[in-house]
Design a protein around this ligand. Sequence first.
Ligand SMILES: Cc1cc2nc3c(=O)[nH]c(=O)nc-3n(C[C@H](O)[C@H](O)[C@H](O)COP(=O)(O)OP(=O)(O)OC[C@H]3O[C@@H](n4cnc5c(N)ncnc54)[C@H](O)[C@@H]3O)c2cc1C
Length: 541
Amino acid sequence: MPDSAKAPISRRRFLEGGILAAGAGILGSRVTAWAGESDFVPAVVIGSGFGGAVAALRLGQAGIDTVVLERGRRWPIRSDGNTFATFEQPDGRGYWLREQTGEAILGLPQLVKPIDRYVGVLEVIEGNGMYVGAGAGVGGGSLVFNGIIVKPRRELFERLFPREIDFGEMEDVYYPRVKQILGSAPIPDDILATDYYLSSRVSLEQATRAGFPTRPVDLAVDWDIVRDEIAGVRVPSAIAGQSFYGLNSGAKRSLDRNYLAQAEATGRVEILTQHHVAAIERGSGGRYVVTAWRLNDEGEVLGAPRRLVCKYLFLAAGSVGTTSLLVRARATRALPALNDAIGQHWAANGDIPVIRGLLPRTNAGTGGPGGHFILEDLDNTIAPTSLVEIVMPPHINAALSAFGAPPHFGNYASLGIPPAIGSFAYNPSSDTVGLTWPGNDPRVGRFLAAAQQTLAVMDQSNGSMTLSFNPALSAHPLGGAVLGKACDLHGRVKRHPGLYVVDGALIEGSTGLANPSFTIAAIAERCLDDIVARDGVSNQG
Ligand SMILES: Cc1cc2nc3c(=O)[nH]c(=O)nc-3n(C[C@H](O)[C@H](O)[C@H](O)COP(=O)(O)OP(=O)(O)OC[C@H]3O[C@@H](n4cnc5c(N)ncnc54)[C@H](O)[C@@H]3O)c2cc1C
């Protein structure tokens, strides 16, 4: 890893360069002939996470020549077991362009370590009132996620999504389609029975004792590789409590290994890595123009920007990334007809990191990347909540013990249904877009109180203790360009033919007490079905 002490790249520098150098760049030698001869590409997808991967595959299968612009790099699993950083030995690979690890945000500044600035996998976005975690690289959030693949309950989905989106169809068609491609599956009993996964069994016992209903979840994990880890044939990763920086054994079924690999295999899809999109605008003849900077491994801009002109532009840069591009485009009049709903209706899925202590022995800091079930407190007297276990990073487990915290820990995501009152605004003096989450608004208090009630019942029933509850940090950003308001019910941006949103920005703040990636991908599948069938999508300019 390079020991870089380079000056940070400000967003302003990206944008200034993009504006000044507009028109200077055309596609270079790494792209296919059809793209290299001209700056016209029929379809461009910005971002390669859940929404972007679905769009890439379905466009490729429809025969549409497509370029995916991804700001991060590829992460092929190396045979030496050293693809990703680990919690115990972090380096730049763990983070997107940061000089230090992120534990201060968790309230553990003692654990912060300096790292080299690098195009690593986990971005920490600092909003006003909320820190947001997001993935960066080919596969987006699937590189860093805990692999938990869970469907919301029908009644919550129907309460939260526009009624035209039929849960029956989602359940019959789109969720199974995503599951099949991801290859997600519940943890097998022989693995769950090992000491590595003791904490998940303890959590289930405690949920049952507290009287909460539970149901199993799938994980996007190759369980045979976990068996190899247990057998000592592969580098310990899932069983060693790794997750957010990636799994070196290759046990995570990240999108680069399924959806995106299949998209590239169509021969129609090309992924351009380390291409950071700085601006989108309307071109002539109903086309769109995308300005992207090429980045080196330290995140510095290389040369002139690339400008692609396309007929179909799919925004899949994640809720924060997609919304920021749209809010800026409206403010700078690059896309002046965008409506007022752009930049509104945002929340973080009611996702609150929670650490519990005073449990029976859990062997925390081992088996990951996620727990094997979801607890649902649907009868909570304040509002419904859920709780899912995620892996406890071993270095945090060790530090909690060293700091004298009540022993035997568990790490969880508490999920609720927050009001979608977060918003984005453009600041012309800095040429930046900022996220604001009004964490002190009384409407937010309700879902926080509901989460605390669930945890109190868990603690009272089990003699445990909630040690940490952090509502100002989330890994589940949702909204900003939502279905039925900023977009139609299939992700078409209103008043902008050929412009689509297909990622978490479409969803109004909550996926109904469920971790969001499964629903984001299933909604994207539903969007792509309709767009490919009805929008006359073709390669002609
Ligand atoms: C640590 C962590 C653990 C998580 N665990 C789970 C879990 O277990 N289960 C679950 O369901 N969800 C989990 N999530 C949430 C899940 O990862 C996200 O909900 C999901 O990835 C969002 O999908 P998306 O398509 O909206 O965007 P993303 O997956 O975030 O993809 C966006 C992509 O766009 C790229 N990009 C962004 N801006 C630009 C730009 N300007 N130019 C070019 N490219 C750009 C990014 O690099 C990224 O690849 C977790 C998230 C984190 C951070």
